[in-house]
Design a protein. Structure first.
Lengths: 176, 627
């Protein structure tokens, strides 16, 4: 297979932040229906190996551009940024201060009277923040202000990690 | 023309000849084999009409004396040589067995690889060998019943099986001489058995979200799937590969032990007696509120309520796993359209009641929960072997536990996260931390905990030959690849210097290829079969497949995708392969030529793939999407 195609081109979709997720899913399934190793169970080993590679590649492409954070990272990688690093630091002091306050709120919830209720409202706040950051990224990317977008990506990582931590915490509360 | 000779009658398999494929449910307690006959799946019974094969093997000094119901009869009289529930030991190390504790009343010895062996009158046997005996019994049952050699089988495994357990299952099949078309997750198999039926009954279903709750004898799985137009997409899976109905028995047996005033140390016979009594009690309490137990000259009363107290904590563990999977899938329990019950232990009313409470709906169990997995596997086998058009079914399964690597301080770094759709390939870069470091040790682990010590160790290996450099400047790329069976292979190479040092590993606890070859050799030593002939036959089949596939590809795309000299080059290679296939008796020579043809056809394959991608997406224009 032609490996020079980027993850958007694989699905014949335009490179960009805006993405029709239903259309992506449709195309992903169409490709998997053709290339999944199950289609090659009866073929020779050589073609089987190619099918595994192709299917793995489609899976990776699909996951990467479906998920907003990894899509943002990937878009900046295509623009030559080393965006795939786990944690680069944002220089926005206000943002960091807000994040610290949110984290504090999360750690205090354990001792609150109704942890589930407090967690739910914190969760809504965190998701709102995440959406705002995504919108900021979208604007900057649209304007080709990639350096700014790169800074916003760091914030996006923070926000997503926080949302995930809340989900993890909710899980712990439920499991008790 | 060389190509015309290839399709001479009798030389390559007829393309439309029906092939025989089966689905095998290799269970902790019972195993089954099923196939698709005139469009519907049937369980293949033994000569006495019994569908289940108890997963029990009895050994005498001469070797395997009997398997299944006959072996079960030796359970009380000869417990140490009557091996049951060995699925719980598959892919486990000696240390794991210790944590399973006294629940398995066997004597163990370990070989060098850390794989446990059970001491029997015949000598030490590995869980893989015992499983192979069960598989061999089922495959000969199928061959007898179908009146033909098997062309392949789909074997089911618990969705929550880790890599070592999957590899061990596949090794057992290889040892039994079965061609594995696919390892299939048990809950996914159950969903296939249900899902397609419904489609047939109610016309086109747009999208359904299904939860499969699978509680067997020794394993528990839950899977959340989305079914849309014949695509089964597993969204999340969870479970516990060491929790099942056996544990209910142990909880009840333990209560019996205390009630009877017996000490902590029971001999093997006493253990078996208590376990059998517990099992019988559990089953009787399905229909009765209260039962009388006469055991070891004593009489006890056990109420259903008391039993619930003994087992509720175990059931609750499964419900916690269900909630976690729902969260992983991003699905609320109210969004589940169907709940499917699988596994003999779901026959317990308590289990069914608690599951329906969690999901807020009555579970489906219109297909016998003992048979449904084998039936789904048979369906999948029929598709994979090519008897049924594959257009209306596609399965996208996931990896149950994250795969990672050990980093400094005994911490895990995840490379592939749990619930990632397979097959999947991921690479990550690491670097050296000392000046002039020429080797790096790599520890492959599976699990979702932070600490390496809480995860399963799959393999350790060393990458050597790194050119000496300043600390931090070497680039070591570690690549993980998981195939559609959920099996992992790992490779590592140094990429900055261009000096490639590469290593591939298969996880530990399984058997090495050499061990499998040796065991196969041993099992054929007294039989008419000859190992070499077998290897040659395998390569001949592979050669035929390659010739057939490539010939078809050339007929279809040769003119449009290859120029004359490329076409000629490929045809020469094929003609050589064809000639060698009919002349040589050396399987290695044939295998080398197959490899060579593969190389020559590489570019052709790549172009065909690009053409098929275009074709697959052709019907989906962006304009349509925007309408």
């Amino acid at each position: 297979m032609n490996n020079s195609k980027n993850f958007f081109e694989i699905f014949s979709l335009p490179v960009g932040w805006e993405l029709d997720v239903d259309q992506l899913g449709l195309r992903f399934r169409a490709l998997q229906k053709t290339f999944h190793p199950d289609r090659f169970a009866n073929k020779n080993d050589f073609e089987k190996r190619l099918a595994v590679q192709a299917a793995a590649n489609f899976n990776q492409a699909y996951e990467t551009i479906k998920n907003p954070l990894s899509r943002a990272q990937y878009l900046l990688e295509l623009e030559g940024f080393a965006a795939n690093q786990e944690s680069h630091i944002t220089a926005d002091g206000h943002f960091l201060m807000d994040q610290m306050l949110l984290r504090e709120a999360l750690s205090e919830i354990k001792d609150s009277a109704d942890p589930k209720q407090s967690l739910a409202s914190l969760s809504i706040e965190a998701q709102q923040t995440a959406m705002e950051i995504q919108a900021e990224f979208a604007r900057q990317y649209q304007l080709k202000a990639y350096d700014d977008a790169f800074g916003t990506l760091a914030k996006m990582q923070f926000a997503v990690k926080f949302v995930n931590d809340i989900v993890e915490f909710e899980a712990e509360l439920e499991d008790l | 023309m060389a190509l015309l000779q290839i399709s001479e009658p009798g030389q390559s398999p007829q393309p439309h000849q029906r092939k025989f494929a089966v689905g095998i449910d290799l269970g902790t307690t019972n195993s089954l084999v099923a196939t698709v006959r005139s469009g519907s799946e049937v369980i293949l019974p033994d000569e006495q009409g019994r569908e289940l094969l108890p997963s029990v093997v009895h050994y005498s000094a001469e070797g395997v004396s009997c398997i299944g119901y006959e072996a079960l009869e030796h359970n009380s009289s000869d417990p140490l040589n009557t091996l049951s529930s060995v699925k719980r030991l598959l892919g486990r190390g000696v240390d794991d067995i210790k944590t399973l504790g006294n629940t398995l009343p066997y004597e163990f010895s370990s070989d060098d690889g850390g794989m446990p062996k059970i001491n029997t009158a015949y000598g030490p046997v590995s869980p893989i060998q015992v499983s192979a005996e069960i598989l061999r019994k089922l495959s000969s049952r199928a061959e007898f019943s179908l009146g033909s050699m098997l062309d392949g089988a789909v074997i089911t495994v618990p969705a929550y099986f880790d890599d070592a357990q999957r590899q061990a299952t596949k090794d057992a099949a290889t040892l039994a001489g079965i061609k594995v078309l696919r390892l299939l997750n048990e809950p996914t198999a159950a969903a296939i058995a249900y899902g397609l039926d419904e489609k047939a009954q109610s016309g086109e279903i747009h999208q359904r979200t299904i939860a499969v709750y699978d509680l067997g004898g020794g394993t528990f799985d839950v899977s959340i799937l989305r079914l849309s137009k014949g695509v089964f997409e597993v969204l999340a899976t969870g479970g516990d590969s060491a929790l099942g109905g056996d544990d209910f028995d142990h909880a009840i047996a333990n209560w019996l032990r205390v009630e009877l005033g017996m000490g902590d140390k029971l001999d093997v016979v006493e253990q078996r007696i208590l376990l059998e009594a517990a099992k019988a009690a559990k089953e009787e309490l399905t229909d009765h509120e209260k039962i009388q137990l006469d055991i070891l000259d004593a009489s006890l009363t056990l109420t259903r309520e008391k039993m619930h107290k003994l087992i509720d904590a175990l059931i609750d563990t499964t419900l916690t796993a269900c909630k976690r999977s729902l969260r992983d899938a991003g699905v609320e329990s109210s969004m589940i359209d169907d709940v499917v019950l699988v596994g003999g232990s779901t026959r317990m009313p308590r289990v069914a009641a608690k599951v329906s409470e969690l999901f807020g709906r009555q579970p489906k169990c219109t297909i016998d929960p003992d048979l449904v997995v084998a039936m789904g596997a048979a369906k999948q086998a029929d598709v994979l072997i090519g008897n049924k058009s594959a257009d209306d079914m596609l399965l996208l399964d996931v990896i149950p536990l994250s795969l990672g690597i050990e980093t400094m301080g005994g911490l895990t770094e995840k490379i592939i996260h749990r619930n990632t759709t397979i097959p999947v390939a991921k690479a990550q870069e690491f670097t050296t931390f000392k000046d002039g470091q020429t080797a790096m040790s790599i520890h492959v682990i599976q699990g979702d905990r932070e600490l390496v010590s809480d995860c399963r160790s799959l393999a350790r290996f060393e990458l050597r030959g790194i050119p000496p450099m300043v600390a931090g400047s070497a680039k070591i790329q570690v690549s993980y690849q998981v195939d559609a069976d959920g099996l992992l292979s790992v490779s590592a190479r140094e990429i900055s210097s261009g000096v490639e040092s590469r290593i591939e590993v298969k996880p530990s606890y399984g058997l090495t290829d050499n061990e499998i070859t040796q065991m196969l050799q041993d099992s054929f030593a007294n039989a008419r079969d000859d190992m070499r002939l077998r290897a040659l036959r395998e390569q001949q089949v592979e050669a035929d497949r390659m010739l057939e596939d490539l010939q078809a590809a050339i007929e279809k795309d040769g003119k449009s995708l290859l120029d004359n000299s490329e076409l000629q080059c490929l045809q020469i290679a094929l003609a050589e392969l064809h000639q060698l296939r009919n002349q040589t008796e050396d399987h290695r020579q044939l295998s080398a030529q197959i490899e060579a043809v593969g190389k020559v056809s590489e570019e052709f394959a790549a172009r065909r793939m690009d053409a098929s991608i275009k074709q697959a997406l052709a019907g989906l224009s962006l304009d349509d999407a925007l309408k």
